[in-house]
Write a protein that binds this ligand. Structure first.
Ligand SMILES: *Cc1c(COP(=O)(O)O)cnc(C)c1O
Length: 461
């Protein structure tokens, strides 16, 4: 190892920690399209959004111009409990791969919720508390967001109602119990507790649910309970803003040692960790200061960027949310039971969608057996047991490092290791038993989803 001067783990001092989030929209020439009211097809006003979301978060959602938004002291104090997260130089993986590439990963799994989602959960819970609300409602897919939000609500003394995608509720009983331990109520979705849940169950009896269904139920629960608002763990502009802490810390840590990444890789479900990881680097690229390669990795079973369309669509299956302009597979698309539950979403962040559309970001899709193979390879040399979602990024980081081995290029690769996989052992068991299969939707299945996208002038697929 020629570069022993770079430690295995780079931590920031408390004084070096970011004090403001970075809003990449401020540097985008083509801003993400506004959310539309599906009834009028006019941009959602702050007042309309305020019925569903907390007021301060509505301001953040609509703010396309302010580059830096100060992080309130209470949130900084909470961040100190588990941040800075380590930036790790993957010396052991490099050695194993015999690659000249230099691999770094930003590890967001070192908090009890086990993922990056806590970064936005505490922010959203804080603003709800500040507004004097009683509680919040939300959906959770694999359970990471619900867990993170439960922790944040417990800390601030807010009530938390979680609608959990039914297949995860059944596959991950321990996730459910963690949420209940932190005081949340957890309902499997679709459920009979909401009007939309009953309707979905009537139309698709026996469905194992999807994030889209659970969102519909959580929104209904928020708007029908006074003193509650809905919070969302990904996709929204405000969530990418909060997750910029990942990229800001990564960049500060790399700057400290004069390291500049060539390639930045992240898994993409709704786009929040990737959006957060790349944001300060993307800002440089948008301002014309430097070039990077950014790669979004999605599951082949739910390929919104690589096979979806860039149009306005609902964010949920029940069609109760505003319309977002994003890469989408159609809000009725219910992906096959892929084990990376956090990546089973039909759409993609409007910010990332716009950046992808404008050519600033690449996207690729990978099959789950190859993802688990990469996860195990990584776990055996780097020690961390990665979440299946995170392992999508590992897979592509390894592929890029192996390309460097062929060409002899000493590229620097940074990827986001979003979380740990302790609650995913059922999936690991399937893989270890050779029982895991890959599912790639046919063109026909993709078209069936796309045909459900709302039709109006300018929104043709
Ligand atoms: C939720 C989740 C993801 C995907 O969500 P994004 O909003 O795309 O970041 C990735 N990894 C883990 C561990 C998650 O919990």
């Amino acid at each position: 190892m020629s570069e022993n001067k770079i430690p295995y783990k780079i931590y920031l001092e408390e004084s070096e920690m970011p004090k403001a989030w970075y809003n990449v929209r401020a540097d985008m020439k083509n801003k993400p399209a506004p959310l539309l009211n599906p009834g009028t097809l006019k941009p959602m006003t702050a007042q309309e959004l305020g019925a569903v979301f907390c007021d301060e978060l509505v301001q953040q959602e609509l703010d396309n111009d302010t580059p830096y938004i100060p992080i309130p002291q209470e949130i900084l104090d909470f961040y100190k409990m588990y941040r800075p997260s380590p930036l790790v130089r993957a010396y052991c993986l490099e050695e194993k791969l015999q690659t000249p590439a230099k691999i770094y990963y930003k590890f967001e799994g070192n908090n009890t919720s086990g993922s990056h989602k806590l970064n936005s959960a505490i922010a959203q819970a804080y603003y709800a508390k500040n507004q004097g609300l009683k509680g919040v409602t939300t959906e959770t897919g694999a359970g990471q967001w619900g867990t993170a939000l439960s922790m944040a609500c417990a800390y601030l003394g807010l009530d938390c109602k979680v609608y959990m995608v039914k297949c995860s509720y059944e596959q991950k009983p321990f996730r459910r119990e963690v949420m209940r331990t932190y005081g949340a109520s957890v309902t499997p979705s679709p459920s009979m507790t909401t009007e939309i849940g009953r309707k979905i169950l009537e139309q698709h009896p026996g469905t194992t649910g999807s994030l889209g269904c659970a969102i519909s139920e959580a929104v209904e629960a928020a708007t029908s309970n006074p003193g509650y608002r809905y919070v969302l763990g990904s996709v929204l502009n405000q969530v990418l803003l909060h997750q910029s802490i990942i990229g800001l810390e990564s960049k500060a840590a790399m700057d400290k040692y004069g390291v500049v990444p060539d390639i930045i890789i992240g898994c993409a479900g709704g786009g929040s960790n990737l959006g957060g990881l790349i944001s300060p680097f993307m800002g440089q690229m948008l301002r014309g200061e430097r070039n990077y390669r950014f790669i979004a990795v999605e599951p082949a079973s739910c390929p919104s960027l690589t096979r979806g369309k860039f149009v306005y669509d609902f964010c949920d299956t029940g069609m109760v949310t505003p319309l977002a302009k994003m890469y989408t597979l159609g809000s009725n698309f219910i992906p096959s039971a892929n084990h990376a539950g956090g990546l089973r979403y039909h759409g993609m962040s409007p910010v990332l969608s716009q950046l992808y559309h404008d050519g600033y970001l690449e996207a690729t899709s990978v099959e789950q057996t190859s993802v688990f193979a990469a996860a195990e390879q990584f776990a055996r040399v780097e020690g961390i047991l990665p979440a299946p979602e995170s392992s999508h990024a590992i897979k592509v980081a390894i592929d890029e490092a192996l390309k460097c081995k062929e060409t002899g290029e000493e590229k620097t690769i940074l990827f986001g290791l979003t979380g740990t996989g302790y609650f995913d052992m059922y999936a690991y068991e399937k893989f270890n038993n050779g029982e895991m299969s890959d599912y790639i939707p046919s063109d026909e299945e993709i078209m069936a989803g796309l045909r459900q996208i709302p039709h109006f002038p300018g929104n043709e697929i």
